[in-house]
Design a protein around this ligand. Structure first.
Ligand SMILES: Cc1ncc(COP(=O)(O)O)c(C=O)c1O
Length: 432
């Protein structure tokens, strides 16, 4: 289908407000945004027919590639039944089956209950509100505080952003957020009185929006131990790390440490549709049971909780993992990516390469190791240059994110790393 690219851009600039975007820059006449119209496997196509490798998995969501026949078929079948029915007072077989499958994916854990929501932020909101309600109605009225980590990111709704530790996303809204104790490492826990704490939240193994910062190994066990000693609910935010990105289904499986709440979204539907889920234990669940008059009910929900289409996509996502032996095939790709990234270390402007499984962040800096002036937006310039070599991705400051769909081939990994190399060389070479 032909697209009138100029008309789309003109109307966009007249009527649309994009996320995380300075719209004055966006609306400048010289700014020609890509109009993405199609996808196939790890490739995206723009309205002018140019193809790009989806280097950040369409903002960390896509798992098996675009236009996957199994996902497409599952959605068509669900559409032929019904697109949406309410989960409030009713149930549906697709969501029920998905809950069963999700619980079965975590055999060593006590996570047996699934609460569906819309996205990563709402999956976190659910954990926050459950934790806040759980303790007071079970004899601990003072246990309502939270601990989170510096530089953490848990989403943009007010509750989720209260837990966040990145000042640019948080400071503006501080007056409307709830207080949180922020720590930089597990050592700080020794100084904290857990008797007033309901929950501790972490992005396990790696902080994403912080710039792909990898945590020390063994940390999750320490957190689990502290939470158990202090009767604090441990929340793992696997919105980014879930569904194979780290090499296993979930990051927590690397250390065999399980939380009291597991928040998942993004890759849950293979990157097809918005859907969030918060898994929790029977212990937490039982703490909400009672007669209606006791008012222990979890009064929380969204119109699209348990949406059958989203759940059908999620079931198809899991089916592809099994049918295509995705995790097995991913292991050599992780090794290959690591090897190819090591080749970038020789570039004088590459300060550090951080990687966890198939997630990577390449931090660039001046040749003396000092950061570039953030106003120069060197990371963005590099991504723009990489686009010219067939790779689409977004930086976090001066960290170039590489998070490819798990279905990529070795050749596509080569293309991605080469495009980043050329982007860095072109942009940083110009500056020196
Ligand atoms: C770790 C983590 N948690 C939560 C979120 C928020 O997810 P969403 O954008 O789907 O609300 C994100 C998004 O990037 C994330 O990386």
């Amino acid at each position: 289908m032909p697209y009138d690219t100029a008309a789309v851009i003109e109307i966009d600039k007249a009527h649309v407000w994009h996320p995380f975007t300075q719209m004055r820059e966006w609306m400048e006449p010289g700014h020609q945004p890509l109009v993405l119209v199609a996808g196939c496997g790890p490739w995206l196509e723009d309205s002018l027919g140019k193809r790009y490798l989806d280097g950040n998995s369409s903002i960390w969501t896509n798992i098996h590639g675009h236009n996957h026949p199994i996902l497409n078929q599952a959605l068509r079948e669900q559409l032929n039944q019904v697109a949406h029915t309410s989960f409030l007072g009713f149930t549906n077989p697709t969501a029920v089956e998905l809950a069963r499958r999700l619980v079965a994916m975590l055999p060593g854990s006590s996570l047996r209950r699934v609460f569906f929501s819309d996205d990563g932020s709402t999956a976190i909101e659910v954990a926050i509100k459950m934790a806040v309600q759980y303790f007071p109605q079970n004899g601990h009225p003072q246990k309502i505080g939270f601990i989170s980590f510096e530089n953490a990111y848990h989403g943009d709704t007010l509750g989720a952003s209260s837990l966040g530790g990145i000042s640019i996303f948080r400071d503006r809204f501080k007056s409307h957020q709830f207080p949180v104790t922020r720590i930089g490492s597990t050592e700080s826990l020794t100084a904290i009185d857990g008797s007033r704490v309901a929950g501790l939240v972490i992005e396990p193994l790696i902080q994403g929006a912080a710039g792909m910062r990898v945590w020390p190994a063994g940390m999750l066990k320490t957190l689990r131990g502290w939470c158990d000693e202090n009767d604090v609910l441990l929340i793992f935010d696997e919105v980014m790390t879930g569904f194979g990105r780290t090499g296993k289904y979930f990051a927590c499986q690397h250390e065999e440490v399980f939380p009291d709440f597991l928040a998942i979204a993004k890759g849950l539907t293979g990157g097809y549709l918005p859907l969030g889920a918060t898994l929790t234990t029977e212990e937490v669940f039982n703490g909400f049971l009672g007669s209606p008059a006791e008012v222990r009910t979890f009064f929380y929900g969204h119109s699209y909780c348990g949406n059958p289409l989203g759940c059908a996509a999620a079931l198809a996502n899991l089916a592809i993992f099994e049918k295509e032996r995705v995790l097995e095939k991913l292991q050599p790709k992780i090794e290959y990516l690591a090897e190819r990234l090591r080749g970038l270390e020789v570039l004088p402007n590459v300060k550090e390469i951080r990687r966890c499984g198939f997630i990577a962040g390449i931090e660039v800096a001046q040749t003396n190791g000092d950061q570039f002036d953030w106003r120069d937006q060197v990371g963005s310039q590099i991504c723009l240059a990489a686009r010219g070599h067939g790779l689409l991705t977004r930086p976090i400051g001066d960290v170039i994110v590489l998070m490819l769909p798990l279905c990529v081939s070795q050749g596509e990994i080569d293309l991605a790393v080469d495009a980043i190399r050329k982007g860095i060389t072109e942009v940083c070479g110009r500056r020196d």
